[in-house]
Write a protein that binds this ligand. Structure first.
Ligand code: XMP
Length: 518
C-alpha cells in the first residue's frame, strides 16, 4: 500500500478546525484531525507525522487543567504550526508566558505589519505592506518562549507571527484557515513546503489504497450496501465492487418518493452498466400507503425511517453469509469534535438517512469514504468513471418527495410534483445554471387556486420553486434567477403539467427558512 506523507492536526476545539484540513487537502496533503485528549505520546509515535498543527480552541491556557499537547510533540523533530490557542499553548509549554485580557482581546478583522526580518513561512505575504487576518482571541502571548522571534504584529497582538526557525516551530495568533484571512492558504502552502511535503495525496493513489484496504478487511465475505442513488452511496458501491466484485450486493429500497425516472436510472446504472448485484425493493405501495393522509412532517419522516429499516433488514436477511454493511459515511461525520459547551441542541428536523441502520443487524461496517470530504468523494467518483450526472447531483433528502409535498400526501400530488420538478430541473440545466445551484426543487402546495386557460376556468394546485446557494446546507440564500428565466419556467410548468395553474418563487434564506419546505 502506498505510504503517504502524513500531517497531524491536534484539535483543541476550535469551530474552524475542519477548515485547516480543507486547506491542506487542497494542497494534496494527507492529514488527520484528532482531539487533543487522544493524542498521547504513544499515539504520536505510532502516527509518525511529518508535521503537526495545533488548532485554535476556546479554552484559556492560563486555566489549570486546560488542554495540552503531549510533551513528545516538541521532541519529535518535526515542524509545528500553532494557531491561536495553539500558539499560546506552544509558548506556555516552551517557557513563554500567556496572559488573559488586559484590553488586548481581538475579534474579527485585523491587520498585521511585518517585522524587519525575512521568514520563509511568509513568502508571498506583505507585498502590499500589511496583511488582513482574522483574529479571535481573549488571551495573548506576553513573553515569547526562548528561541522564538517576532515576525509580525497587529494592534492587539504584538506577537501575531512568531517563529523559532532553528526548530521549525511557527506560531500565529490569527486563523489563516478562514476566508477572512485572504492569503492564509499561502501560509499553509509555505508551511508544508518547509516541512518537506510533496503533495502526494492524489485520488488515483487514494483509490488504489482504498481498494486494497477493503480487500484486506472483507476477505472472502459478503457485503451489503444500501444504495440511495445519491453521490456518497453510489461512489461507495462502485469502489467496493471494484475491490471485491460480486461479493457485494446492493439493496435499493425504493420508497416511491424519488424524482421522475430516478429509480429506473439507479437500477440501470448499477445493475446494467456496472453489473453490480442489486436488489430493487420496489415498495412504493407500502410507503405511500402508510403515508397517505399524513400531513405532519415529523410523522412523515418517522414513518419513512421505520419502514426503510424494516424493508432493508428483510432484504438483507436474504443475502446469505453477509457479514459486512457498507456505508457512505464521510469525514465530517466521523471527526470527533471537542465539545466544551455540552448540552443538546434543538432538533429542527429529525433527518432520516440511509446511514441510520440499527446496530442490532449485527454486521460489521465497511466505510471506505470515512477519510473524505464531499468534494473529494466527487473526485473519487470521477476517478472511478461514474458519469457526471451522478457525481454532480444536487443533494436529495432521504424522505424524498414526501417533504416537498407539504400537507397531506396523495398519489395524485406526487405525480404532479414529479412532472413539475422535471420541467424545472430541465430549465435549469438548459440555462447552464445547475452547477451554480446547491439544490433546486419544486414543492407542491396544499392549496388550489383559480386560473383561466383558453376560455375555461381552472382550479388547480399552486407550486413553489426553490433554488438555493450554499456551501454546506447549514445556511443558504435563494438563487437570483432572472425574471425572464422565472417567467419562462412558470409558463412551461403550467403548459406542460396538468394539475398546476400557479407558480411562485420562494425567496427565503436559511435561516430563517430551511431549504426544504418541511
Ligand atoms: P433543511 O431543510 O434542514 O435541509 O434546511 C438541509 C439539507 O438537508 C436535507 N434534508 C434532509 N436530508 N433527510 C435527509 O437525508 C432528511 O430528513 C432531510 N431533511 C432535509 C435537505 O435536502 C438539504 O440538503
Amino acid at each position: 500500500m502506498t505510504q503517504h506523507q502524513r500531517l497531524l492536526i491536534i484539535d483543541f476545539g476550535s469551530q474552524v478546525t475542519q477548515l485547516i484540513a480543507r486547506r491542506l487537502r487542497e494542497l494534496k496533503i494527507y492529514c488527520e484531525i484528532h482531539p487533543y485528549q487522544n493524542v498521547t505520546d504513544a499515539f504520536l509515535a505510532d502516527f509518525a507525522p511529518q508535521a503537526i498543527i495545533f488548532s485554535g480552541g476556546p479554552d484559556s491556557v492560563t486555566r489549570e487543567g486546560s488542554p495540552r499537547p503531549p510533551a513528545s510533540a516538541f521532541t519529535l523533530g518535526v515542524p509545528i504550526l500553532g494557531i491561536c490557542y495553539g500558539q499560546q499553548v506552544m509558548m506556555q509549554e516552551l517557557g513563554g508566558l500567556v496572559e488573559s485580557g488586559h484590553g488586548t482581546a481581538e475579534f474579527g478583522r485585523a491587520f498585521v505589519t511585518p517585522a524587519d526580518k525575512k521568514l520563509p513561512l511568509l513568502e508571498g505575504w506583505f507585498s502590499e505592506g500589511t496583511e488582513q487576518v482574522w483574529m479571535s482571541h481573549g488571551d495573548h502571548v506576553s513573553r515569547l518562549a526562548p528561541g522564538f522571534e517576532v515576525y509580525g504584529t497587529s494592534p492587539g497582538a504584538p506577537f501575531a507571527i512568531t517563529a523559532d526557525v532553528n526548530r521549525n516551530f511557527y506560531a500565529v495568533q490569527f486563523h489563516p484557515e478562514v476566508h477572512h484571512t485572504p492569503r492564509g492558504a499561502k501560509l499553509y502552502e509555505n508551511f508544508v513546503r518547509l516541512a518537506g511535503f510533496t503533495g502526494d495525496w492524489t485520488m488515483a493513489s487514494y483509490k488504489d489504497d482504498a481498494i486494497a484496504k477493503i480487500r484486506a478487511q472483507v476477505g472472502d465475505k459478503q457485503v451489503i450496501c444500501g444504495l440511495s442513488g445519491g453521490v456518497d452511496s453510489s461512489v461507495a458501491a462502485v469502489l467496493i465492487h471494484e475491490a471485491i466484485g460480486d461479493q457485494l450486493t446492493c439493496v435499493f429500497v425504493d420508497h416511491g418518493l424519488m424524482r421522475l425516472n430516478e429509480a429506473d436510472e439507479v437500477v440501470t446504472m448499477f445493475r446494467d452498466h456496472y453489473n453490480i448485484p442489486l436488489i430493487h425493493a420496489d415498495e412504493a405501495d407500502l410507503f405511500i400507503g402508510a403515508l397517505e393522509g399524513v400531513s405532519d412532517p415529523e410523522v412523515k419522516r418517522k414513518t419513512i425511517g421505520k419502514l426503510f429499516i424494516d424493508v432493508f433488514q428483510r432484504e438483507a436477511n436474504k443475502i446469505e453469509g453477509a457479514e459486512f454493511l457498507a456505508q457512505g459515511t464521510l469525514y465530517p461525520d466521523v471527526i470527533e469534535s471537542v465539545s466544551f459547551s455540552g448540552g443538546p441542541s434543538v432538533t429542527i428536523k429529525s433527518h432520516h438517512n440511509v446511514g441510520g441502520l440499527p446496530e442490532k443487524m449485527g454486521l460489521k461496517l465497511v466505510e471506505p469514504l470515512r477519510e473524505l470530504f464531499k468534494d473529494e468523494v466527487r473526485a473519487l467518483g470521477r476517478e472511478l468513471g461514474l458519469p457526471e450526472s451522478f457525481i454532480g447531483r444536487h443533494p436529495f433528502p432521504g424522505p424524498g418527495l414526501a417533504i416537498r409535498c407539504p400537507g397531506e400526501i396523495t398519489r395524485e400530488k406526487l405525480e404532479i410534483l414529479r412532472k413539475a420538478d422535471a420541467v424545472y430541473i430541465d430549465q435549469i440545466r438548459k440555462h447552464g445554471l445547475y452547477d451554480e445551484i446547491w439544490q433546486a426543487f419544486v414543492a407542491i402546495l396544499p392549496v388550489r387556486t383559480v386560473g383561466v386557460m383558453g376560455d375555461g376556468r381552472t382550479y388547480d394546485y399552486a407550486c413553489a420553486l426553490r433554488a438555493v446557494t450554499s456551501v454546506d446546507g447549514m445556511t443558504a440564500d435563494y438563487y437570483p434567477f432572472s425574471h425572464d428565466f422565472l417567467g419562462e419556467t412558470a409558463t412551461r410548468i403550467i403548459n406542460e403539467v396538468k394539475g398546476i395553474n400557479r407558480v411562485t418563487y420562494d425567496i427565503t434564506s436559511k435561516p430563517p427558512g430551511t431549504i426544504e419546505w418541511e
